[in-house]
Design a protein around this ligand. Sequence first.
Ligand SMILES: [Zn+2]
Length: 240
Amino acid sequence: MVPILMYHNVGEGERHLTVSPQALARQCRLLRAMGFHAITLRELGEQLQMERIARRVVVLTFDDALLGVYQYALPTLRNYGWSATVFAVSQRLGQETDWAPRYRHRVMSRQQLVDLHAQGWEVGAHTLTHPYLTRLPPEDAWREVAQSREELQQLVRAEVYSFCYPYGDFNGDTVQMVRASGYRVACTVHKGLACPQDDPFTLPRVPVACSDGATGLLYRLWRAWRRTRRCRTRGGIDEL
Ligand SMILES: [Zn+2]
C-alpha cells in the first residue's frame, strides 16, 4: 500500500490549500524517519504494472503546478534527493489560477516547469483549463485531456505519463478518454492508499491540509491506512 500525497501550493501565510515550507520540511523529515523515500507517480505506475512495489515508498503530488511548489518544494525535496509529480494546467502556465474565486494562486512559468522536469520531477497533465470534465460536451472534454498531454510533451520534450482529474471529477467516459489519450495512470481525490489491484486510472490519494504539520500528516496516513487495510500487500505502511 502506497500513500500518494495530494498537495497544492507551498508558501508563507495563511492561504487556501497552501502548506508552509516549514510544515513541508517537517513532513519530509517525518517520512524519512519512518523509512520512506519519495518516488514519482510514474515510477509508482511502473512498479504497479510489474506488481513489484518497492518497500516504504511515498509519492508527493502537487496539483496545478503552482509557483510556490517551484520556489519551496523543489529545494526542500532536493535536500532528500527526492523528486515528485506536478500536474500542470497547460494553458495557465505563467498566469494566475482562474477556476475558483477563493483560489487565486500564481502558476509557475513554462520555463520553471521545464526546469523542474530537468531536475528529475515528473510533469503530469491536469487538462488545458481546469474544467469539470464530466460537464463538458465529449469533444471538448476530449480536447482538454488529449491536447494538454500533447502541449506538455512538446514543452518538456518527454512523455507525459500521468493525469489528474480536475476537482476529482470523472466518470467512465472520462477514464476512457484518459486511457485512449496515452496516459498510463491517473489520480483522483478519493481517499486511501494505492494498491496493486487498484485501477491505475482511478488511484486514491491522501490529502494534506494547510494546517497539517508532521503530526497531521501522520494522522492522515493512519486514517488512509485504516480505510485501505482490507487490501493486503507486501511492504508499504501496513507495517506501521
Ligand atoms: Zn487542480
